[in-house]
Ligand binder design. Structure first.
Ligand SMILES: NC(=O)c1ccc[n+]([C@@H]2O[C@H](COP(=O)([O-])OP(=O)(O)OC[C@H]3O[C@@H](n4cnc5c(N)ncnc54)[C@H](OP(=O)(O)O)[C@@H]3O)[C@@H](O)[C@H]2O)c1
Length: 349
C-alpha cells in the first residue's frame, strides 16, 4: 500500500488528511506540525500520528509525538505539502528532492520563475492526464481551481465565439477556523494578483482573461463576478446554464442570497467541515446585455481543492485514468450527491 504524508495541518492539511484517511488504497502515515499548540492533540484524537521538525522536537515535549518529519519521510511514497505559501518550495529543496519523494504543492506556491515548485499547475477539469508520470505538481489555489471549472466548459462550448473574460475576484479575509485572525474593517485591493497567470498556465498564455482582485472582511467563501463577451450575440441564458448541468463540482443555485446562506445549509446537512467542495453558480444573478453574459458564482475557498488533491494524488501514485480516479474520488467526496442536495434546496420556486 502506498504511504502518504501530509506536511502541514492547517485549513487545507487537516481537511485533506481527514478525507483521504478513508481511502483504502493508501495509508496516511502521519501529519506534520510546526507549532506546539492544541491542534497537535486534535490531530492525534482524529487518529493521526504527528511528526515535527527535528530542530523543534524539544518544544513538543508535552505532546505525544510519533517522531520527526525528516525521519518519517525516509519511508514515504508521496507528500501532500500543505504548508503556508512559499514554504512548499523550501520543503521541496530541503526535503522532498533530496529524499526523492513525489510531492503535491498547494496554491500559495508558484509555477513561474526561480521558486517554481513544478512546471504543471493542476486542474482536473483541464489537464488531469498531464500529471501522470510527474514527480512534483502544484494544485491550483481555490480561486484558480474555481475559474477552471467555469471557464473550461465555456471555452469548450463556445471556442471561437468568445472575445474576452473579465473577472473580479472578491476574496474572503480568513477561513472559518482561523478565529485568531481578525477581520479588518476595510476593503483591500491586490496589486498584480497571481490568479490570472495561474489560470493561463493551464489554459494558455493568450487566454483573453482580465482579472482584478479585492479582499473583503468575511470568512464565507469567495465570490467571482464574471463578464463573458462574445464576438457577436451571446447564446441564450438557458442554453448557457445547460452547459453546467452535468459539470463535476458545479452547482446551479437559483435562490441563495449570499455565501453564508450556502455554507449554513451545508452545515445543516452535515457536510464535512461545512464545506460544499464546489462552485455555486448564482443563476438568479445571470444576465445577458448586448454582447455580454454577466454571471456570479461563489467558490468554497477551503473545500474546493480537497477532491482535486485526491484526484492528483491518484494520477501521481497510481497513474490512473481520469475516469478511474474520478470514480474513486466520488466514493470519498460524494460530490454528485452534494450537488443534488444543494440544487434541490436552492431550486427555482
Ligand atoms: N485556506 C484556504 O482556503 C486555501 C485554499 C486553497 C489553497 N490554499 C493554500 O494551501 C496552503 C496552506 O494554506 P492553509 O490555509 O491551510 O494554511 P494554514 O491554515 O496557515 O496552515 C498551514 C500549516 O502548515 C504548517 N507549517 C508551518 N510551517 C511549515 C513548513 N515549513 N512545512 C510544512 N508545514 C508547515 C502549519 O503548522 P503549525 O500550525 O503547526 O505552525 C500549519 O499547520 C497555502 O499554499 C495556501 O495558499 C489555501
Amino acid at each position: 500500500m502506498k504511504k502518504v504524508f501530509i506536511n502541514g495541518y492547517g485549513s487545507i492539511g487537516s481537511r485533506i488528511s481527514q478525507f483521504i484517511k478513508d481511502d483504502p488504497e493508501i495509508e496516511v502515515i502521519g501529519v506534520g506540525k510546526y507549532s506546539p499548540d492544541e491542534k497537535v492533540n486534535r490531530a492525534i484524537s482524529n487518529g493521526f500520528s504527528v511528526y515535527v521538525p527535528e530542530n523543534q522536537k524539544d518544544s513538543f515535549k508535552n505532546y505525544k509525538i510519533s517522531g520527526t518529519i525528516e525521519k518519517v519521510l525516509d519511508d514515504c511514497d508521496l507528500v501532500i505539502d500543505a504548508s503556508p505559501s512559499g514554504h512548499g518550495f523550501l520543503n521541496k529543496k530541503n526535503l522532498y528532492e533530496p529524499k526523492n519523494i513525489k510531492a503535491i504543492y498547494q496554491g500559495g506556491e508558484t509555477v513561474y520563475g526561480e521558486k517554481a515548485v513544478s512546471d504543471l499547475l493542476f486542474n482536473s477539469r483541464v489537464n488531469y492526464k498531464q500529471a501522470i508520470g510527474k514527480k512534483h505538481v502544484m494544485q491550483g489555489s481555490c480561486n484558480v481551481t474555481g475559474m477552471g471549472r467555469i471557464l473550461q466548459p465555456i471555452r469548450e462550448k463556445y471556442g471561437e465565439r468568445l472575445l474576452r473574460f473579465d473577472i473580479i475576484l472578491i476574496r474572503r479575509w480568513a477561513d472559518l477556523e482561523q478565529t485568531d485572525k481578525e477581520l479588518k474593517d476595510t476593503i483591500e485591493w491586490t496589486e498584480n494578483p497571481h490568479q490570472a497567470d495561474d489560470v493561463k498556465s493551464y489554459m494558455g498564455k493568450d487566454t483573453p482573461l482580465f482579472l482584478r482582485a479585492i479582499k473583503v472582511p468575511t470568512r464565507q467563501m469567495h465570490l467571482h463576478i464574471l463578464d463573458i463577451r462574445f464576438k457577436n450575440s451571446p447564446p441564450d441564458l438557458s442554453e448557457f446554464l445547460d452547459i453546467f448541468k452535468n459539470e463535476y463540482g458545479v452547482a446551479i443555485l437559483h435562490t441563495a442570497k449570499g455565501t453564508k446562506e450556502v455554507r449554513d445549509y451545508a452545515d445543516s446537512m452535515k457536510f464535512s467541515f461545512k464545506d460544499t467542495n464546489m462552485i455555486h453558480i448564482h443563476a438568479n444573478m445571470l444576465e445577458s446585455i448586448g454582447d455580454t453574459i454577466k454571471m456570479m458564482y461563489s467558490d468554497d475557498q477551503t473545500g474546493i481543492v480537497i477532491p482535486e488533491n485526491h484526484l492528483l494524488m491518484q494520477a501521481l501514485l497510481f497513474e490512473k485514468t481520469y475516469d478511474d480516479a474520478f470514480k474513486h474520488s466520488e466514493e470519498l467526496f460524494h460530490m454528485g450527491e452534494k450537488k443534488k442536495i444543494l440544487e434541490e434546496h436552492f431550486a427555482k420556486k
